[in-house]
Design a protein around this ligand. Structure first.
Ligand code: NAP
Length: 643
C-alpha cells in the first residue's frame, strides 16, 4: 500500500478522532486539512481567526469553535475512510489561500517570506550550490566559533555546500546556552514548534514550551543526524583571531583541551558565541565574603542541597522567574531581591504538556505540525511590536512619569496590570511591589502561568524591594532593615550581554582590536559584518535580538543564508576578501538607532541589558522579521570592498 502518511489516521476510531480534535488548535488544523485535501472551502469566512497574539481561541466564540471542530473531525473521518484523498501537490493559488487564512492578506514578497518559513517541502534555506562546482581544488576553510544553536546551523549549511570547516567549542558538548543553563525550571518561553529550525521541525514536542533537557536533546540529535558533530573540536577555546593582511586569511589561536596553544588558519571566521554566555555577577560590596554557597543561575551548583535552607535569590528576570517557583517547595525560606519588577505576559500552558489528542494529531495528520508552526510564527512575527512602539510625545500621566510609551502601550499596560492584580486580590502591599513602574516592553516581558505570584504569596517567601547595601559572611544587609541571614545566595542577575565576543581578542586590519574599537558599543552591519574585519561574520551579533516578536532562531537562519552567500561570492573569486564599507555600516547603525529610539526599550529612561554602558541599544532589532529577511537574502556587492 502506498504511504500517504495516513496510516495512523486509518487505525483510529471515530471517538479517538473526535476527542483529539476537541483539544486541537483549530485554525492550524483547518489549514492543514485544507492543504492536505486541496479543499480550501473548509476555511469558511466564519472560521477566520483573530490573529492577535493575545486572542483566546483565535477569537472564535463557542458556537463557531464547535462548528469548526466538527468540520475538521468530519474531514478527518472522510480521509480515514478513503472518501477523500490527500492531494500530492497543492497548487500555488490554493497554497496562498491557506496561508492567507492564517496570516491575512499580504504582498507577494510576504507570501514568499512565509512560504520559506513554512518549509512545506524540505529546506528552502539550504545552499543551492556546492563548493566543488564553484571552486574545485581550491583550498578554502571556514572556522566557526561555538556549537550552540547558531554555530550548529552555520556548520550544517557549510556541510550542505561541501565547504571545509571546523567548529571550535569551549564546552564538552553542543547546545550553548541550553547546555550551560540547567537551573531548576529552565525552559524556553517561545513555543516549542517555533523554537526549532524551520527545516528540522519536530511534530512530537512533549510540551508547549520545551524544557531545557528536551531542547538540549534536540541540539544533540541535530548535531548527530546532520553529521555536524564530526567537525566540532570540543573543550577547545578561541582566544584570539588575527587577520593576516598579506595572505588575506585569519590566524585563529586556540587553547586546546589539554591547555596547549595552537594556531589554525581560516579564510572565513564565523563567530556564533551568542549574547548570553558570560554571567554577570553584581558589583555588590562584600560579595566574595559570603561564607555559604553562592552561585550564578547559569552556573547552577547541583551539589548544594536547598532543602530547608534560607535562600536568597537576587534578581527578578527570566531566570529568576523560573527558578523561584521551582525551588519554593524545597527551601526552608526564601527572600527574592527585586530591583525592578518584571512585566508578565500570560502563557497558561507554559509548563504544560500537549494534550494527548493534540500530540496525536500533530503526528497523524501530514503537515499539521508545519501549519501549526506557521500559525505560531505568524502570530509571533509581528507579535506585540505594535504595543512596544513608542510615541515620544505621549504623556498621559500628569506627573510626567512615563509609565507607558504610547496609547497602545498604555492599553497593554492596563491588560497586564489587570493580569497581575487578579492574582493578588487581598494583598495590596505585594500588589504595589509587583506592578512595574515603567512601560511594558522597556525590557523583556516574561511569560507566566501564575507560578511566580503564587510562589511570592507563600508564607515562607518574601519579596524584598529595599536596596541591597552589601553582602556579609552570613547574609545580605538591606537598606533600613539590617542584615538578613541566609545559607545560600543565588544570583539570577543576567549576563554581560553588551560585551560582544568577550573574552576573545579579534585583531583586524592595521592591528585594530575589535573590542577595543567598539569600546563597549558593538555595532555591525546587519549584525554580521564590521568594517576593517574582512571575512569575519557574526551570528546573533549586535542588534539582532528581539524583544516581543519572533525567535532568535529565525535570525540565525537568515544570517546563515547571508553568510553562506558571502562564502559563495568568495569561492567564485577572483577576490579573497570582502569587507563591509564603513559608510554602509554607519548608515545601517543610524537607521537601527532611529528605529530603536521609537521603541519602548529605546526610551531615554529605559534600563535593561539591551542597552550598553554608553546607553545605546546594542542588542535589539527594532523592525519586523520580514525586514530582516528582506535585507539578508544575499549580500549586496555594492555594500562591500573586495580585495
Ligand atoms: P536579566 O533578565 O538580565 O535579569 C537580571 C535580574 O537581576 C534583573 O531583575 C536585574 O534587575 C537584577 N539585577 C542585576 N544586577 C543586580 C544588582 N546589582 N542588584 C539587584 N538586582 C540586580 O537576566 P536573566 O534573568 O538571566 O535573563 C537574561 C536573558 O536570558 C533574558 O532576557 C532572556 O533573553 C534569556 N532567558 C530566557 C529564558 C527563557 O526563554 N525562558 C530564561 C532565562 C533567560 P533590573 O531589572 O533592575 O536590572
Amino acid at each position: 500500500m502506498r504511504d500517504d502518511g495516513l496510516t495512523a489516521l486509518r487505525k483510529a476510531d471515530d471517538e479517538k478522532i473526535r476527542q483529539s480534535v476537541a483539544v486541537a488548535d483549530v485554525p492550524s488544523l483547518l489549514a492543514a486539512l485544507a492543504a492536505l485535501t486541496g479543499d480550501v472551502s473548509l476555511l469558511r469566512p466564519e472560521f477566520a481567526p483573530d490573529r492577535a497574539p493575545m486572542a483566546v481561541d483565535a477569537g472564535l466564540d463557542a458556537e463557531r469553535l464547535a462548528l469548526a471542530r466538527d468540520v475538521a473531525a468530519r474531514t478527518l473521518l472522510r480521509l480515514r475512510d478513503g472518501e477523500i484523498e490527500p492531494v500530492a501537490d497543492l497548487d500555488p493559488a490554493r497554497l496562498r489561500a491557506v496561508m492567507r487564512y492564517l496570516a491575512g492578506e499580504g504582498s507577494d514578497e510576504q507570501a514568499e517570506f512565509l512560504a520559506e518559513e513554512l518549509a512545506l517541502s524540505g529546506d528552502p534555506g539550504a545552499p543551492d550550490w556546492r563548493k566543488d562546482d564553484l571552486a574545485p581544488g581550491v583550498d578554502f576553510r571556514v572556522l566557526v566559533i561555538g556549537a550552540g544553536m547558531s554555530g550548529l546551523l552555520a556548520a550544517h549549511r557549510l556541510r550542505q555546500a561541501g565547504v571545509d570547516h571546523v567548529v571550535i567549542e569551549k564546552n564538552e558538548d553542543v547546545g550553548g546556552t541550553w547546555l550551560e543553563n540547567r537551573y531548576p525550571g529552565c525552559r524556553v518561553d517561545v513555543p516549542s514548534h517555533l523554537y526549532s529550525y524551520s527545516f528540522a521541525a519536530r511534530s512530537d514536542w512533549p510540551d508547549h514550551y520545551s524544557d531545557r533537557d528536551t531542547l538540549l536533546e534536540y541540539w544533540r540529535d541535530f548535531a548527530d543526524s546532520s553529521g555536524v558533530r564530526s567537525s566540532i573540536r570540543f573543550r577547545t577555546e578561541v582566544t584570539e583571531a588575527a587577520f593576516d593582511e598579506e595572505a588575506g586569511v585569519w590566524d585563529v589561536r586556540l587553547r586546546t583541551a589539554d591547555g596547549a596553544a595552537e594556531t589554525v588558519r581560516a579564510n572565513v571566521v564565523i563567530s556564533a558565541v551568542g549574547q548570553l554566555n558570560r554571567p554577570a555577577l553584581p558589583a555588590i560590596e562584600g560579595r566574595d565574603s559570603f561564607a555559604g554557597p553562592a552561585f550564578h543561575s547559569a552556573r547552577w551548583d547541583d551539589s548544594v542541597d536547598l532543602r530547608g535552607k534560607r535562600v536568597a535569590v537576587v534578581g527578578t528576570g527570566a531566570s529568576a522567574l523560573q527558578i523561584v517557583p521551582s525551588i519554593v517547595d524545597a527551601v526552608g525560606s526564601m527572600a527574592v531581591f527585586q530591583r525592578s519588577a518584571p512585566w508578565l505576559a500570560p502563557a497558561p500552558t507554559l509548563t504544560e504538556p500537549f494534550p494527548e489528542g493534540m500530540s496525536w494529531l500533530l503526528d497523524a495528520v501530514p503537515g499539521y505540525a508545519k501549519w501549526y508552526r506557521f500559525w505560531l510564527f505568524n502570530q509571533y512575527a509581528e507579535g506585540l511590536l505594535r504595543y512596544a512602539r513608542r510615541d515620544p510625545d505621549w504623556r498621559p500621566d500628569a506627573s510626567g512619569a512615563p509609565r507607558a510609551a504610547s496609547a497602545a502601550n498604555e492599553e497593554l499596560r492596563a491588560r497586564l496590570t489587570g493580569y497581575l492584580c487578579a492574582q493578588i486580590p487581598d494583598d495590596p502591599q505585594l500588589r504595589a511591589k509587583v506592578i512595574p513602574d515603567y512601560p511594558p516592553a522597556s525590557k523583556r516581558m516574561l511569560r507566566d502561568n501564575g507560578a511566580w505570584i503564587a510562589a511570592l504569596r507563600r508564607p515562607h517567601v518574601e519579596l524584598v524591594t529595599e536596596p541591597i547595601e552589601r553582602i556579609t559572611p552570613t547574609g545580605i544587609a538591606v537598606a533600613g532593615r539590617g542584615e538578613m541571614p541566609f545559607d545560600v545566595i543565588v544570583y539570577a542577575t543576567g549576563f554581560q550581554a553588551g560585551d560582544f565576543l568577550a573574552p576573545m581578542k579579534i585583531i583586524g586590519r592595521g592591528g585594530v582590536d575589535l573590542r577595543a574599537r567598539w569600546d563597549g558599543d558593538a555595532t555591525a552591519y546587519l549584525g554580521m559584518t564590521v568594517p576593517g574585519f574582512p571575512n569575519l561574520f557574526l551570528m546573533y551579533g549586535p542588534n539582532t535580538n528581539i524583544v516581543v516578536n519572533g525567535s532568535v532562531i529565525f535570525f540565525s537562519e537568515c544570517s546563515a543564508r547571508y553568510i553562506l552567500e558571502a562564502v559563495k561570492t568568495l569561492l567564485k573569486g577572483p577576490h579573497k576578501t570582502m569587507e563591509v564599507r564603513p559608510d554602509v555600516c554607519a548608515r545601517f547603525v543610524d537607521e537601527v538607532d532611529a528605529g530603536n529610539a521609537l521603541m519602548a526599550w529605546g526610551a531615554p529612561e529605559a534600563r535593561s541589558w539591551y542597552k550598553n554602558r554608553h546607553g545605546r541599544v546594542s542588542q535589539n532589532w527594532p523592525f519586523s522579521l520580514l525586514e530582516y529577511w528582506r535585507r539578508t537574502r544575499e549580500p549586496n556587492p555594492a555594500d562591500f570592498v573586495f580585495d
